[in-house]
Design a binder for this molecule. Sequence first.
Ligand code: URA
Length: 239
Amino acid sequence: MRLDKLLSNMGIGSRKDIKAILKKKHITVNEKIVKDGSMHVDTESDIIKVQGEIVTYQKYIYLMMNKPGGYISATVDERDKTVIDMLTPSYKLFNPFPVGRLDKDTEGLLLITNDGELAHQLISPKKDVGKTYYAKIKGHVTEEDILKFNNGIMLDDGYQAKPAKLQILHADDQSEVEVTVTEGKFHQVKRMFLAVDKKVDYLKRIKMGELELDRNLVPGDVRELTKDELEYCLSQKKN
Ligand code: URA
């Protein structure tokens, strides 16, 4: 990789800033001063320093967000703010994107990364990765609904959804449930409840595979994955 690209990707400055820093002889590769930004460096083995400080190359970023309502799960949008707009410039440098979509009004666990292969593994319906949602439902959720979800609900467009696990936390005119689906069709959970004549009033994703929403994150908070969380995600890439 070119030295100037690596330095700008790591947030050292713009290409122009980096040219100036190089000119001032503030950059070394393996302890030798380098003034040419086009030099190719080995990101694994070369030791790159800026004013004596080692710059470690990081290719991927893995972030957990507690998505707040009101934001679009996309990188850009003409009308609305996106989840990427909420990130700090240092995270934006990695050009990350959200893994799968949550509706604008849905809250909760959103993985944001620039690792396309991982994203594919987590959202591919073939991989059967369970996504669990907590939902408040207008209407009395019943044992019959559990059976219907378990058998696979037919959605309004005729699509036969895969079996989903429905757990009732509280059933009344307003019910509270947890539902686990392995697909990500448009408005999937909302449409599954519509198929049993109920309306989702509030939806929050709490789990994706083994990855659980950190309860310490308030809506809008973002943090990098912990070592264990990252290990789990990377193990999905290998499967
Ligand atoms: N199902 C929905 O209906 N909406 C979401 O945001 C996610 C799953």
